[in-house]
Design a protein. Structure first.
Length: 257
C-alpha cells in the first residue's frame, strides 16, 4: 500500500477538512460505481442487439439482392437508367438524435421514410411489380443498416465512456482515498505527539514551580530564623550597654569628689 500523503500542516482544522474530503470522495466513488454498472448493463444489452441485427441484416441483404436480380431480369437492361430518371427527391433519410444514459449522451440514428412517390413501372417490360418489390426489400435492408450503424456507434461511445469511468473509479479507490487516509493518520499521529509534548511541558513547569515554591519557603524560613537571631543579639547588646553605662557614671562621680 502506498504511503503517499498530501502536503498539509497538521492541525485540527486540516483534520476536519480531510474528513470532509474523504466523505465526498466516498460518495463520488459510490456514484461513479453505480454509473459504471448502469453503463455496463446498457453495453451488454447493445452487444446482444448488435449480434441479433447482424444476423437479420445478412438475411435481408440476401433477399434484397435476389429481388434486384429478379427485377433486372423482368425489366431488362434499361432498369437502372429508368429508375434514376424517375427519382426526384430522397424517400429515405437518416436523423441523428441523442439518448441520455446516466448523464452520457449517446448518438442514435433514426431512419425516416418520406411519402411514397407515385412511380408507375407497370409497363416497364412487365417488371414493374418486381421493381416495387425490390424497392421494399432494399428499404428494409437500409433500415436494418441504419439500426446497426446506430448500435455500433453507441457501442463505441459507451466503450470509451466506460473506460474513462472505470479509470476514475480506480483512481478514487486506489489513489485518492488511500492518500487521504495516510494524511489523516499522519495528522492524528502528529496531534497525539503534540499533546504528549504539551503534557510533558506542563508537568515540567509544575515540577519547576513546586521546586521554586519550596525554595521560597526555605528562604523565608531562613530569613525568619535569621531575623529572630539578630533581634535576640541586639537585645543582649542593648542590655550590656545599659549595664556598662552605669559603672562609667559611678567612676566619673568618684573622680570628681
Amino acid at each position: 500500500m502506498s504511503k503517499e500523503k498530501l502536503p498539509i500542516f497538521p492541525s485540527r482544522m486540516a483534520l476536519q477538512i480531510l474528513n470532509q474530503r474523504k466523505k465526498a470522495a466516498a460518495q463520488g466513488h459510490s456514484l461513479l460505481k453505480k454509473k459504471a454498472d448502469a453503463l455496463n448493463l446498457r453495453f451488454r444489452s447493445i452487444l446482444r442487439e448488435i449480434k441479433e441485427n447482424k444476423e437479420k441484416m445478412g438475411a435481408q441483404m440476401k433477399a434484397a439482392s435476389f429481388s434486384l436480380a429478379v427485377a433486372k431480369k423482368a425489366a431488362g437492361d434499361t432498369l437502372p437508367q429508368t429508375i434514376i430518371q424517375s427519382a426526384t427527391s430522397a424517400t429515405f433519410t437518416v436523423k441523428e438524435e441523442t439518448d441520455n444514459v446516466v448523464g452520457v449522451h449517446l448518438p442514435v440514428f433514426d431512419s425516416q421514410k418520406a411519402e411514397k412517390q407515385s412511380h408507375d413501372f407497370t409497363g416497364l417490360a412487365q417488371g414493374g411489380a418486381q421493381v416495387a418489390k425490390s424497392r421494399e426489400f432494399y428499404i428494409k435492408a437500409l433500415e436494418a443498416l441504419v439500426k446497426l450503424a446506430s448500435l455500433q456507434t453507441t457501442f463505441m461511445t459507451l466503450d470509451e465512456v466506460i473506460k474513462v469511468t472505470n479509470r476514475r473509479v480506480n483512481a478514487i479507490e486506489f489513489v485518492i482515498i488511500p492518500r487521504i487516509d495516510n494524511t489523516i493518520s499522519y495528522i492524528v499521529d502528529e496531534l497525539d505527539e503534540m499533546e504528549r509534548e504539551d503534557f510533558f511541558r506542563l508537568k515540567k513547569i509544575q515540577d519547576r514551580k513546586r521546586v521554586l515554591e519550596d525554595e521560597a519557603k526555605t528562604a523565608r524560613a531562613e530569613w525568619a530564623a535569621k531575623m529572630e537571631s539578630d533581634s535576640g543579639a541586639k537585645e543582649v547588646e542593648a542590655s550590656k550597654n545599659l549595664l556598662g553605662g552605669g559603672e562609667d557614671e559611678e567612676d566619673a562621680s568618684l573622680l570628681i569628689f
